[in-house]
Each structure stands twice: as structure tokens, then as C-alpha cells.
Design a protein around this ligand. Structure first.
Ligand code: ATP
Ligand code: MG
Length: 553
């Protein structure tokens, strides 16, 4: 069978066929440390790291830290943690800020070659002269400054002698270029703010287009892969490289792939930051956030995220992937790997009137039928049992296969019981159900009765030995399928689901009193859950996904 390749692999194979030395292949993932990584970044990470694996080439983790107004050390730390957790190891860790000196020297070279000038107009004046895609722009009155004056002014900018916004350094390309990005783009501006790494050493900071390609060149990245919105930047990327690249060195190649867009959520650090700052979520790692840290706390295994990105594919055209695909990937992985346990989320008490009150009977339950090596564990059975409120109705139609008065159900891994009588409180709520059990029907006992088929099987927890646990259940953070279309912040807030989280105290089997942070379980019939934190008196579980796709359109 012919191995299928994505279009980036085709590009690389072509380059190799045309004579590129395989040992020169090198990739990078270049996050700006201005927020936490989200599911969209998972795609860029997987694209680069998978290529590196496939071609046995290195990957650079490069922090694109050229704007001290937005970047912070806490984001650098979080990004590293998230990539490692996803299961990837970078070969080199770099910072664009390490190249400030080299970039500055190259800028001086541009000025000396008549390819850059200091403009002293306001940004509005510069914007007015830009023209439009159909109309040429106008030259700045400062475009023909002498080389000496340009060098003097740029060095004054560098020394902090000028206020922010007074002067910028622009590349001198053309004000008539069809590609608007080539109309003398700004490459340096003055920012008087401490940089998390270079402190107050620098006052002039390079802009993205100038810093990015040059960083790729310094690191000798062979294929600089970015998202489609950078396609128009490619011409500028190449123009800058042409000014500085030595013929003996590899010239990086920028290629673009489609962003990953996910329904019912947003993949923009800026908007995610807005949710954090507005207090609508508890932080970047709120389990409802599409950030890697949020997905981790929600219980998504890294394998599920990788598989999701693989299924979404590497394409040249933008599309929106259904959030249910991500949930599907989580379920598939968790079904294989999580042990089954019994937890009753909304307890109703049953008393088995014909069961002795003084036994220490244990029943055996399989940990994971999908994994024969996972073994079995014991659970206490007893006279008093909890089942879910929703699994009992005094009367019900024939389609209700759970417990009703006069009918039988099986308690999973235990006995068949029959409901006989209901105990009400003074407000007429059912507070207890009196049942009887069939002592010969114990699961796995080999008796004829143990094989007896009844319509319903319920999960349950014996009151004896049960532990109270806190359970957080989530719904989608956005009711709206495409919150990225919000026109403004208010509009975005309107799209939020007001009931996206619910907390309750549940009854869990005794085994879970020893559950550790990060462990994932399937609560029988309820879904997949992860231990969030066990330092509080009650163990906390976060729901990852239900067992089935319950999202109703
Ligand atoms: P955001 O708009 O969320 O801030 P960004 O593109 O500005 O995203 P960067 O930190 O600059 O964030 O991104 C690092 C890399 O991740 C870039 O190569 C970028 O193209 C890629 N990336 C960002 N968002 C997505 C996405 N939704 N799908 C695929 N790749 C993405
Ligand atoms: Mg960016």
C-alpha cells in the first residue's frame, strides 16, 4: 500500500529530490509567550514534531519574545510544561530576544545599503500613505534621509533618547508594491518597557516579520511552517532573507497550512485572556478552556489530543472541526485505558430488607473489560445501598428498564433486587426504597440464578465504606457553535453558556479514597473522570466526557 503523505511532506520530499541534504532538515515551533497554548497550537506542535520524527530531524522550541508589552515568564514556563506533557521533546530551546544584537547589526546593514530609513511621522500619517490594494501608496517625506542621518537617528532610538512613537525604522522596499505588506514595513519601534529576559538592555524592538525569518535563518531552519494567514507575508519573509543571507548558508523556506478551528470554542490567546481576566473562567487552566492546561485538567489524555490532530489532517484550506471529534478521541483512548469504578452522583438510598445486617460480604468487579491485564477489585456489598435518583421511578412505562416498584434489576457485579415499597418524607419526596434481593443471583457465582437475565443493570455503592467525593461536571463553555465570529467582546460574552459547570457531592466506592491526582477513571454508566486535586478534605473529580455524545443541537 502506498503511504499517504500530507502536502508538507510532499514539499520536503521534493526539496530532498532536488538535492537538499537530508541532514539539513530542521523545524521549529515558535510560540509568542503572551498566553497559554491552546488546541490550535497542538496542531502546529504535532505538525512540526511529527515531521521531525519522520525525517529524523531536530526541532527548535523558539520563544518569539520580541514584544515586552505582552510577554511574561509565567507563559514561557507554561508553554514548556504543556509541550512536554503532550509528549514531545525539543532539541534546542531558543529565544528570539537572544538575537537582538544580530538583528540590530543587520538593520544597520540595511540602512547602509539604502534598504531602510527612519520615519518620523505619526502612525496615522503613515497609515494614510499606505494606499490600498488598488491604489499605490505615497512616499514618506523622510524616505530619502541620508544614510548617516538614518544611522544617527536609529542609534539614538536604540539609546533611548527618543520617546515611544516618535520614530520608527522602516524597510525601504516600494510604496507601489501589489502586496501591501511590502509597502515599506516598519521593522523597529521604541518600547520603553522591561523585557522578561533582556531587562532594560533594549529600547528598540523588532517587529514580527523582521525578527521571524531572520531567527529562522540564524537557527538554519529548513522549513518554517506557519498558518495560512502568513501566506501574504511570505514575499516579505523572502525579501528580508535576500538582504542578509549568505550564499553558503541554507535559506529557510516558509510554507503555510490551515489553522485548526474548533466548533463551540475560540482559539485565540487574546480572547482566551479576556475570559480569564473577566473572571468568567477560573484561570487559563479552567477545565472548560480549550487550552492545553485546561484540557489536561479536564482529563484529556495527550494521546487523544495527538490523535485528534491527526484525524483533523494537515490541509491547505481552512475548515472548522466539530468539537465532538475531540470528545470522540478522548472516549476512544479512555475506554482502552481507564479502570471502571462505581460512583453514584445523585444518591438515593435502598435498603435490602432480607439481607443480613452483620456481614462483610465483598463482590468482585472487573477493572477494565477492555484490558485483560487490569484485573479485578473487591467492593463491599451491604444492606444499605445507594443508586442514582434517576434510576428509580415509583411507576414507569415499559421502556424504563431501571428500578420500579414490583420490578427487578441487577446491581452490577452483585445481586438481582426487586423494589417493594417507597418511603417518603413529609414533602412527599422519595427518600428510601425498600427492596429484597435474590441471594442465589450473585454475579459470577456460577449458579443458574446468577445467569438469569433481567432488563436493567444499575451501578451502585454500598453505604458501608463509601466515601464522599466532589464531582465537577461540565458542559460546553459556549452555547454558540462559532464564538470566533463574535463582533466584539459583549457579543462574545453573550455566546457563553451560563450553565457550563455543576458541582455535586457523590458517593464513591471505598477504593477511590486512595485515588491520586491525575488518575483517570470511568464511572460506570456516567462517563470519564479525572482526579483534580486530593489535598482538600474531599477528593475532587472533573468530568472529561460522557460515555456517549449527549450534546443536543
Ligand atoms: P493566537 O492568535 O492564539 O495568539 P498566534 O498564532 O498568535 O495565536 P503564536 O504563539 O504566534 O500564536 O503561535 C505559535 C505557532 O502556532 C505559530 O506557528 C502559529 O501559526 C501556530 N498556531 C496558532 N494558532 C493555531 C491554530 N489555530 N492552528 C494551527 N496552528 C496555530
Ligand atoms: Mg502570534
Amino acid at each position: 500500500m502506498k503511504e499517504s503523505k500530507n502536502f508538507i511532506e510532499n514539499i520536503i520530499d521534493e526539496d530532498l529530490a532536488l538535492g537538499l541534504d537530508k541532514s539539513l532538515l530542521k523545524f521549529r515551533f515558535p510560540p509568542e509567550p503572551n498566553g497559554f497554548l491552546h488546541i490550535g497550537h497542538v496542531k502546529a506542535i504535532c505538525v512540526n514534531f511529527s515531521l521531525a520524527k519522520k525525517y529524523n530531524a531536530p526541532v527548535v522550541l523558539r520563544f518569539d519574545d520580541t514584544n515586552p508589552e505582552k510577554e511574561e515568564q509565567q507563559y514561557i514556563d507554561a508553554i514548556k510544561k504543556d509541550i512536554s506533557w503532550l509528549g514531545f521533546k525539543w532539541d534546542e530551546e531558543r529565544f528570539a530576544s537572544d538575537y537582538f544584537e544580530q538583528l540590530y547589526l543587520w538593520a544597520i546593514e540595511l540602512i547602509k545599503n539604502g534598504k531602510a530609513y527612519v520615519d518620523s511621522q505619526s502612525s496615522t500619517a503613515m497609515a494614510e500613505q499606505k494606499g490600498s490594494p488598488t491604489n499605490p501608496g505615497k512616499n514618506s517625506p523622510f524616505r530619502d534621509r541620508s544614510i548617516d542621518e538614518n544611522i544617527k537617528l536609529f542609534n539614538e532610538m536604540k539609546q533611548g533618547l527618543h520617546d515611544e512613537g516618535k520614530h520608527v525604522l522602516r524597510a525601504k522596499i516600494s510604496m507601489n508594491a501589489n502586496n501591501m505588506l511590502l509597502r515599506d514595513p516598519v521593522i523597529y519601534r521604541v518600547i520603553k518597557k522591561e523585557h522578561p529576559r533582556t531587562g532594560s538592555n533594549w529600547v528598540v524592538y523588532p517587529l514580527y516579520d523582521w525578527a521571524h525569518g531572520e531567527s529562522d535563518y540564524i537557527e538554519q531552519i529548513s522549513h518554517s511552517l506557519c498558518t495560512l494567514e502568513f501566506k501574504p507575508h511570505r514575499e516579505l519573509y523572502n525579501w528580508f532573507l535576500k538582504q542578509i543571507a549568505k550564499p553558503s548558508k541554507l535559506k529557510p523556506k516558509q510554507r503555510e497550512f490551515a489553522r485548526l478551528n474548533l466548533s463551540h470554542t475560540i482559539t485565540s490567546k487574546r480572547k482566551l485572556m479576556l475570559l480569564v481576566n473577566s473572571g468568567l473562567v477560573s484561570g487559563w487552566d479552567d477545565p472548560r478552556m480549550p487550552t492545553i492546561s485546561g484540557l489536561r485538567r479536564r482529563g484529556y489524555p495527550p494521546e487523544a489530543l495527538q490523535e485528534f490532530v491527526r484525524l483533523a489532517g494537515v490541509a491547505k484550506r481552512e475548515n472548522v472541526i466539530e468539537a465532538s471529534l475531540l470528545e470522540f478521541c478522548a472516549r476512544e483512548e479512555l475506554n482502552k485505558t481507564s479502570n471502571r469504578v462505581m460512583v453514584v452522583l445523585d444518591p438515593l438510598k435502598l435498603t435490602i430488607t432480607n439481607y443480613p445486617s452483620d456481614t462483610d460480604e465483598m463482590v468482585l468487579s472487573e477493572n477494565n473489560p477492555e484490558n485483560p491485564l487490569s484485573g479485578e477489585r473487591e467492593m463491599p456489598f451491604g444492606k444499605e445501598i445507594f443508586i442514582e435518583q434517576e434510576d428509580f421511578k415509583t411507576e414507569a412505562n415499559r421502556k424504563f428498564f431501571r428500578l420500579t416498584i414490583g420490578k427487578e434489576v441487577r446491581l452490577k457485579s452483585a445481586y438481582i433486587i426487586k423494589a417493594n415499597e417507597v418511603v417518603y418524607d413529609d414533602k412527599n419526596n422519595v427518600v428510601e426504597v425498600l427492596c429484597t434481593y435474590d441471594p442465589k443471583s450473585k454475579s459470577g457465582s456460577g449458579s443458574e440464578e446468577s445467569q438469569r437475565k433481567v432488563k436493567g443493570t444499575l451501578h451502585w455503592v454500598s453505604k458501608k465504606g463509601s466515601v464522599d467525593v466532589k464531582v465537577n461536571e461540565y458542559d460546553r463553555l459556549f452555547e454558540h457553535a462559532s464564538p470566533s465570529t463574535a463582533k466584539n467582546n459583549e457579543d462574545l460574552f453573550q455566546m457563553i453558556n451560563p450553565n457550563s459547570s455543576k458541582t455535586s457531592v457523590a458517593k464513591a466506592e471505598p477504593f477511590l479514597s486512595k485515588a491520586k491526582k491525575g488518575e483517570r477513571y470511568q464511572f460506570q454508566r456516567k462517563g470519564y473522570f479525572i482526579v483534580d486535586n486530593n489535598e482538600t478534605p474531599l477528593i475532587i473529580f472533573n468530568k472529561t466526557v460522557g460515555l456517549r455524545d449527549n450534546w443536543k443541537k
